[in-house]
Design a protein around this ligand. Structure first.
Ligand SMILES: [Zn+2]
Length: 307
């Protein structure tokens, strides 16, 4: 699909409220946040602390929002934030965060306070969507006065802690549906033309231009390479139209773009991009790749911040 054939709106014109309502009408529930996500969160009761940090309120539905925390939060330990499901359709982000919480978080709770927000966008999870019901991309909306309930809720919660973070890892995927649906939808909504159709075949990381931490990214790439293949750059040495900084890594101006990974002052940040549509990647492999990112990041920080 190209944006000129996207079924909503007028080519060359930004969507109005009627176009957005037309778009919303076409979305429907395909899977259950309660059954697939909240159930797994509740399974961890007794090991991790569960807190509701907010609630989404849409005509399309009401969704409680949860974080998981390691026990014994202590001001002497550095605090780490893991976010998944900012884009609800990116399944391994949600289930990678939950798997880390289940299998690995307790191994790091002596060194770190860990906060896991496994599903920032539950409506997006249920409808397999990049946007929220208002046709807003939460991952372009992490700024003061955010128009996206999803982004505003987690930002307010983290701010309420009054704690500096040492690291923030945001778990994502790049999928074939980016080309079949989401890029054309974005171009249609904006009245523009999509020019980037590159879907990297494999895993890559997006670092923050302002604090790229290349060694940190490199260690993560090496760890993920043991689980799934890393995306080679294209003939222009780019991934998704952005110059490659090092093998498997591109940089984005996170805060300027309103990306989730840009909303804190954490010195170590990265965004994962798992490729679930690779002919060789299984759902399980994608989940394990996300877990490998988090554990290798925490190992790196433990080693590099030792006196
Ligand atoms: Zn994403």
């Amino acid at each position: 699909m190209t944006n000129s054939t996207y079924p909503i709106g007028t080519p060359g014109k930004k969507w109005n409220n009627n176009d957005k309502a037309q778009w919303l009408k076409r979305q429907n529930i395909k899977r259950s946040y309660q059954n697939e996500v909240v159930t797994l969160i509740n399974d961890l009761k007794g090991t991790l602390n569960i807190e509701q940090y907010g609630e989404l309120n849409y005509t399309a539905g009401t969704y409680p929002l949860y974080i998981l925390k390691t026990p014994n939060f202590n001001a002497n330990k550095p605090t780490v934030l893991i976010t998944g499901g900012v884009h609800g359709y990116e399944t391994s982000g949600v289930h990678g965060a939950l798997r880390f919480a289940k299998t690995s978080a307790m191994q790091y709770c002596e060194q770190f306070n860990i906060i896991v927000a496994p599903c920032i966008s539950p409506w997006g999870y249920e409808t397999i969507n990049r946007w929220n019901p208002d046709a807003i991309d939460p991952n372009r909306s992490f700024y003061e006065g955010s128009p996206a309930q999803e982004s505003a809720a987690i930002m307010a919660f983290i701010k309420s802690l009054g704690t500096d973070l040492i690291a923030h890892i945001d778990l994502h995927e790049t999928t074939d549906s980016d080309n079949s649906e989401f890029r054309p939808a974005l171009a249609a909504r904006e009245g523009t033309t999509n020019t980037n159709w590159n879907i990297p075949d494999g895993f890559y990381l997006v670092a923050d231009t302002k604090k790229p931490e290349p060694e940190f990214q490199k260690v993560i790439i090496e760890s993920v390479a043991k689980v799934t293949h890393i995306a080679p750059s294209d003939e222009n040495n780019q991934l998704i139209g952005v110059p490659q900084e090092q093998f498997g890594v591109i940089n984005y101006a996170a805060r300027d773009l309103g990306l989730c990974m840009g909303f804190t002052d954490a010195p170590y940040v990265t965004t994962t991009e798992v490729y679930p549509d690779s002919p060789t990647a299984t759902d399980e492999e994608c989940i394990l790749a996300q877990v490998a990112v988090i554990t290798s990041a925490l190992n790196y920080i433990t080693t590099s911040t030792k006196d």
